[in-house]
Write a protein that binds this ligand. Structure first.
Ligand code: FAD
Ligand code: NAP
Length: 312
């Protein structure tokens, strides 16, 4: 029986693992399906983590030291995808992995974060991975000195458009409204970048191509239809929380959720189920920042320590 299971190894899970092991728990396992680090490892740069030594470094480089620190204090990484968490009659938890393996734990912190949302235009799925991408650092280089499009008006879209403008000959920034969610300072940077052309109040009607991949986009704009001949489009239209592991066989969730599918927590990251905690992008009202995810993880671990102590 594990003392504590942490599901997800992004900033929230790693921070939870650090505080739990350094706080004295010996039997802590972090279940992570990939390399630890989370979604920020796909970001071209991060510059808003307090005290950061190299502002502007890639998310991958930024996260590269976190796992080593956790491992030093005894956190174990179990590679695997968690399929479902259930509660046992004795109030402990079962963690079922894809493939059938089951682990038991006295307490669980769920830190499964979020994933890029699909925009829903025609051809998006057909050309996904063949011209349609959600990761500029992964795929931007394929379009060196070529023209590409970016879809979205949030921080991610604008930051990644600026990143792509360093590689590509031109970036068309397509956004469905005139107003932007992105931070004004980031937006100003993009507006001052002569390689970025803003196409606002516009949507993608269709992505078209052939067997070799995407050839272009048909847009609906206020001036009518527009054809963009681009081999790549990067879509950054928000995130969906990964809550599926909390779904029970009867279709209900293990703990209380918001209408948007985020886990309801109190200020100590307690869910309404004793011994079950949630941290990071997955929890209600998450600011969706590395610093807040890390802070949540620390808070959740401290709460888990108290909870496990109370069982003795
Ligand atoms: P995540 O980072 O999403 O980590 C969740 C982890 O759980 C993943 O590693 C995943 O593999 C794992 N996981 C999920 N489900 C399972 C499962 N069933 N079994 C096993 N493992 C599972 N924030 C900033 O503060 N500054 C920025 O500059 C910034 N830039 C960003 C740029 C981009 C392109 C993106 C996408 C995000 C950016 N963010 C930024 C937001 C930031 O990355 C997130 O808020 C933060 O990573 C959330 O951390 P988390 O630990 O909650 O979740
Ligand atoms: P986001 O803030 O939710 O923005 C999504 C954008 O996509 C919005 O402009 C939205 O338009 C648009 N959109 C949504 N669905 C669409 C569709 N089907 N078709 C076309 N456009 C669509 O998402 P995000 O930019 O990924 O950011 C997620 C969170 O991470 C935010 O909280 C953000 O602040 C944070 N983040 C922070 C940083 C940073 O701190 N530097 C960097 C990246 C991300 P509308 O505006 O019209 O709804």
């Amino acid at each position: 029986m594990l003392d504590l299971a942490i599901i997800g190894g992004g900033p929230a899970g790693l921070s939870a693992g650090l505080y739990a092991t350094r706080g004295g728990l010996k039997n802590v396992v972090m279940f992570e399906q990939g390399e630890p680090g989370g979604q920020i490892t796909g970001s071209s740069e991060i510059e808003n983590y307090p005290g950061q030594k190299n502002p502007g470094e890639s998310g991958f480089d930024f996260m590269s030291t976190w796992w080593a620190q956790c491992s030093h204090f005894g956190l174990e990484h179990k590679w695997g995808t968690v399929e479902q968490i259930t509660q046992n009659p004795d109030k402990t938890f079962s963690i079922k992995l894809v493939g059938g393996e089951i682990s038991q734990a006295k307490a669980v912190i769920v830190c499964t974060g979020s994933v890029p949302r699909r925009a829903g235009f025609e051809g998006e799925n057909k050309y996904f991975g063949r011209g349609v991408s959600t990761c500029a650092t992964c795929d931007g280089f394929f379009y060196k000195n070529k023209e590409v499009a970016v879809l979205g008006g949030g921080d991610t879209a604008i930051e990644e458009a600026i990143y792509l403008a360093n590689i590509c000959s031109k970036v068309y920034l397509i956004h469905r409204r005139e107003g932007f969610r992105a931070a004004p300072v980031t937006l100003e940077k993009a507006r001052n970048n002569e390689k970025i052309e803003f196409i606002t109040s516009a949507t993608i009607k269709e992505a078209y191509g052939d067997n070799s991949g995407l050839n272009g986009l048909k847009l609906n704009t206020p001036n009518g239809e527009r054809d963009l001949v681009v081999p790549g489009v990067f879509t950054f239209v928000g995130l969906d929380v990964r809550n599926e592991i909390l779904k029970q066989d009867d279709g209900k969730f293990l703990c209380d959720m918001t209408d948007g599918g985020q886990v309801k927590v109190d200020l100590k990251m307690n869910t309404n189920v004793a011994g079950l905690f949630a941290a990071g992008d997955l929890r209600q009202d998450a600011p969706k920042q590395v610093v807040s995810a890390a802070a949540d993880g620390a808070v959740a671990a401290l709460s888990a320590l108290s909870y496990i102590e109370s069982l003795h």
